[in-house]
Unconditional design. Structure first.
Length: 587
């Protein structure tokens, strides 16, 4: 046995989602990251080709199984994509090229297949025909599966963890995190990343602990190692001792009994001790999360991130596909409102395998994302807007544009929306003609021109995840500077106050839908600043409601007024923390 297995090792990272988990590790290696390359000895060469054949057969079986499941559970049309995947597997040119590469280079078959499929993907993604370009995504998906099979990783793909596991990865892309098996991930731990990366947002929505910025952990652990993840303090303990487990067991018991209290109180309305009602809404990204919205008594959806539909798709979903997804959410929640955010792809959320639509950029967060992308690709934008409008006939829908930087962009987006309305009218399709339209305020220029934007908006929703990164010039997914990402920086608090004042002058309500809204330590400060509603991962509603019910709005206003006079982010945080602890006793 590895002697290190007995030694307890404590590794410090950044706390990203609270909670404690103990279990075995599954190390997730992105298949396009590390494909080992080595020369294969003469007598082993025959095995190499047989190994390739076996991987192709296994891949075919897996895809056929998924296809049958999708056909049965979702529908034949949705299963068609897997026929395209099976066709890639039959592609003799790709297989032949891999074998030729192997024969000439003598390198292992993974390397040869990776190179051959890489050339195919590149060639397809450069073709000037949208249909053929989409095939690049299919080839990429299939190639990843074949590589996983060759590397013996298929059974443990993120979407189908064999058993409950702590997922350790060097990083999780949005498409990785979107496909995480939510029933089997005990915790997420990443070498890089920071508190508002998409992986963390997913972890918080699953209410599983997450620790990020644990440099090189993937290199220090292997599948099956035991670990304890402390998401409260951002610690990972490898091979925890009995006494550590006992200590954490006690902490967990305390947290569990507090959680029970939270859930009991959650049946009550979100009203402060001095009688002010607060609207607590939910952030979701897929239709299955509607059950959680209801379970946790959120008052509708304040942020429906529609990127999920696109991130793992091998092609852009059609208007009809999107309509069905939006309608399912809207119908199930009616008469509660659902704020559907138009596409926010790009930045930390590029669409996998679509290098033509999302070319590599030096500064993706300052680049071609969200509304900028949509205004340039109006065909994609219009399909989505029409799908949202059509869904508005089935419940209470609001449209929200992400990354608005100023009035002109808002006017342009609204002009496209007006065209979509006219087109639907012509087609005789029903929709809510008075659908409210709002903007996310997440760029400093939008905050500074909130008075102008308010004239054309029915509501604002502040995206603090981005607003903080742009205000403080802190890349929100860079772990090296994560300690500088401070929600209580005076610049953030003053900006929030400015947005609220300008919006309220025009009777425009202001919500917050960034991660700050779901943190019970920050919620009183936000409400005290005049924020009208908070939207968060459904599982966080009970924690925020608990503090809302334990505080007076007058005290929250005093807290905000005091914070506005303070200069140190750490001191402001300490004031918020003290405010929370004085009202909420965890033990
Ligand atoms: C935000 O920026 O706060 C937000 C809610 O949007 P996202 O995290 O999806 O960028
Ligand atoms: Mg954002």
């Amino acid at each position: 046995m590895d002697p290190r297995a007995k030694t307890e090792i404590i590794v410090q990272g950044i706390s990203a989602s609270p909670g404690i988990a103990y279990g075995q590790i599954f190390v997730y290696i992105q298949s396009d990251v590390e494909v080992p390359s080595y020369l294969v000895d003469g007598e082993k060469r025959i095995d190499e080709v047989a190994r390739f054949d076996r991987a192709l057969v296994a891949t075919r079986q897996q895809i056929t199984k998924i296809k049958n499941e999708v056909e049965k559970n979702i529908g034949p049309e949705e299963a068609l994509i897997f026929d395209a995947h099976l066709m890639v597997l039959e592609d003799q040119a790709l297989i032949g090229e891999t074998i030729r590469e192997f024969e000439s280079s003598g390198r292992n078959i993974e390397t040869c297949f990776n190179q051959a499929s890489g050339r195919y993907i590149k060639a397809f993604s450069e073709i000037d025909d949208a249909y053929l370009r989409e095939r690049a995504g299919d080839i990429r998906d299939v190639a990843q599966r074949v590589l996983q099979n060759l590397l013996g990783q298929a059974e443990n793909a993120l979407s189908r963890l064999a058993e409950k596991r702590i997922v350790v990865a060097n990083d999780l892309s949005p498409s990785d995190s979107a496909s995480v098996d939510r029933s089997a991930a005990l915790a997420l731990v990443t070498d890089s990343g920071s508190k508002t990366s998409h992986a963390v947002i997913v972890a918080r929505s699953m209410k599983v602990p997450a620790v990020v910025g644990v440099r090189n952990l993937t290199k220090r652990v292997k599948n099956g190692d035991w670990a304890l993840v402390d998401g409260y303090d951002g610690i990972v303990i490898l091979n925890p001792s009995e006494s550590t487990l006992f200590r954490y067991g006690k902490i967990q018991e305390q947290k569990k009994s507090f959680e029970t209290r939270l859930l009991e109180a959650n049946r009550q309305p979100a009203v402060t001790l001095d009688g002010v009602a607060v609207q607590l809404m939910a952030n979701i990204e897929k239709v299955e999360e509607v059950a959680q919205v209801k379970n946790y008594f959120a008052e509708g959806v304040g942020l429906y991130r529609t990127e999920y539909l696109f991130l793992n798709a091998s092609r852009i979903p059609t208007e009809q596909e999107q309509f069905l997804a939006y309608k399912a959410v809207v119908e199930q929640l009616a008469p509660q409102p659902v704020i559907i955010r138009t596409l926010d792809l790009g930045g930390d959320k590029p669409m996998a395998g679509n290098a033509d639509l999302f070319p590599k950029e030096n500064n993706p967060f300052m680049g071609f994302r969200a509304i900028r992308f949509c205004l340039e690709h109006q065909d994609i934008f219009k399909d989505q807007l029409r799908a949202i409008l059509m869904a508005s006939a089935h419940g209470k829908v609001r449209i929200m544009y992400p990354m608005i930087s100023g009035s002109e962009e808002l006017v342009r987006a609204n002009a496209v929306l007006a065209e979509c309305k006219a087109e639907l009218k012509q087609r005789g399709v029903a929709f809510d003609e008075a659908i409210p339209v709002g903007a996310m305020i997440e760029i400093p220029s939008a905050a500074m021109t909130a008075d102008l934007l308010a004239k054309d908006c029915a509501f604002f929703s502040v995206g603090t995840n981005d607003l903080i990164q742009y205000l403080l010039a802190i890349d929100r997914v860079n772990d090296r500077i994560a300690h500088l990402y401070e929600p209580t920086h005076p610049a953030v608090i003053r900006t929030l106050k400015h947005i609220v004042d300008e919006a309220h002058r025009e009777q425009v309500p202001v919500g917050v839908c960034g991660e700050m809204a779901g943190d019970p330590v920050f919620a009183p400060l936000l409400l005290g600043l005049g924020i009208d509603s908070l939207s968060m991962a459904p599982a966080w509603v009970p924690s925020v409601k608990y503090v809302v019910r334990a505080m007076k709005m007058a005290d929250a206003r005093a807290l905000a007024a005091e914070a506005l006079t303070m200069s140190s982010p750490k001191e402001i945080y300490a004031r918020c923390d003290a405010f929370y602890r004085a009202r909420v006793k965890v033990d």
